[in-house]
Design a binder for this molecule. Structure first.
Ligand code: KG4
Ligand code: ZN
Length: 354
């Protein structure tokens, strides 16, 4: 069985392939992030208005090898200089996860180093650490992407409580579906935000789902249906919907979605006795959401933190970062644990089950 490199600064190569981004990064214990590469499949899936799982898996196979080469070259390292391979093993798309896990475990096996399985959402929660920022504990994270809407309390590394989550569509999915109804390209979030700038916020008032009752769960499918019914109602009265009306609908939808996230985030902070909110995921790029969270939290003496955009959306730096923390735990055992030959992934995997 191999030994650790003597007195070495640990370096971890991270691999992310849970959805439609293929990403590879290398992080060093002493020098931080050495390289962070990402290939987005947006163009591949765009004609279908959403991610096609089979196409995603095939593309990860095509891109992973070249990305590992590029990442090593940029870090001026060879595979032998890497101490562990960390990879996302769930939650996510089964085929996409299998590609990343199979690749990562084979790579680790070939250099006789550990392969470390990473929970994708846990990596998102700890993304601030990439920039050397450790929010005061406990803190609350709002994870808002195309696949997830979650409020999580973080009491310590590995100690997570899910405070609330979407019982149906994720908020990013609602942005994407609303965009599709308005004839906008995929992914729809940025296009809705752009169109909403021209909209009149007073023309329509859409519901803020599940905010009128206690609790921290979300539901966004009704909001999307409300958009559909509004557009159908308008189409009955006029043959085509004019540009101003489309902007007004985009604006009403965005306001409702953002308000809902703000109301629930404030509730989660108060309930957890926390004063810091970390926002991650693609919807975290939304300017209205950022502005409203900032204003509302500042009024209560609380603060909101956003990882840099490249660490906010799916990336491999967060996988490598969490891998480094897990490697530190493994090192205490002094020898490298034996490799399991079986490759396991968990498309559904609760943060509380880690
Ligand atoms: O985290 P992410 O990049 O990828 C995954 O879901 O895995 O999130 C993508 C989601 C999409 O649903 C997209 O429409 C949404 O984030 N999004 C936005 C904005 N930018 C991206 N939603 C609202 N406003 C934005 N500015
Ligand atoms: Zn993600």
């Amino acid at each position: 069985m191999a030994k650790w490199r003597d007195n070495a600064t640990m370096r971890v190569l991270g691999i992310e392939s849970s959805c439609d981004e293929t990403a590879v990064a290398i992080i060093s214990e002493s020098s931080g992030l050495l390289a962070n590469k990402l290939y987005s499949q947006i163009e591949l899936h765009s004609p279908y208005g959403g991610v096609v799982p089979e196409l995603a898996s095939r593309d990860h196979i095509r891109k992973l090898g070249p990305l590992v080469h590029e990442t090593l070259a940029e870090s001026k390292l060879e595979l032998a200089d890497i101490d562990a391979i960390a990879y996302t093993s769930g939650p996510g798309l089964m085929g996409a996860l299998m590609v990343g896990a199979g690749f990562a475990r084979s790579l680790a096996w070939s250099i006789d180093k550990p392969a470390i399985s990473i929970h994708h959402m846990e990596a998102h929660l700890l993304a601030p650490l990439i920039e050397n920022i450790s929010p005061n504990l406990p803190y609350v994270a709002l994870l808002v992407s195309g696949g997830h809407t979650l409020l999580v309390k973080i009491d310590a590394l590995g100690d997570y409580t899910i405070l609330g989550e979407s019982i149906d569509d994720a908020v990013g999915e609602a942005f994407d579906k609303t965009a599709q109804l308005l004839g906008l390209p995929y992914p729809g979030g940025p296009h809705i935000a752009k169109l909403a700038i021209q909209g009149n916020a007073k023309r329509f008032n859409f519901p803020r789902p599940m905010t009128d009752r206690p609790g921290l769960d979300f539901s966004f499918s009704g909001l999307k249906t409300h958009v559909l019914n509004t557009l159908r109602g308008l189409q009955k009265n006029q043959s085509s919907i004019d540009d101003q009306t489309r902007a007004d609908v985009a604006c009403a939808f965005e306001e409702a979605a953002v308000d809902t996230l703000v109301i629930k985030s404030l509730r989660a902070l108060e309930q957890s006795n926390a004063n810091t909110l970390v926002v991650a995921g693609g919807v975290g790029a939304n300017k209205k959401l950022r502005q409203q969270l900032k204003e509302n939290l500042a009024k209560r003496g609380m603060e909101v933190f956003y990882p840099a955009p490249e660490f906010c959306t799916d990336n491999a730096a967060m996988v490598a970062q969490l891998g480094l923390l897990k490697l530190a735990e493994l090192r205490v055992q002094e020898t490298i644990p034996a490799q399991e030959l079986q490759i396991k992934v968990q498309p559904r995997w609760s943060l509380e089950a880690i």
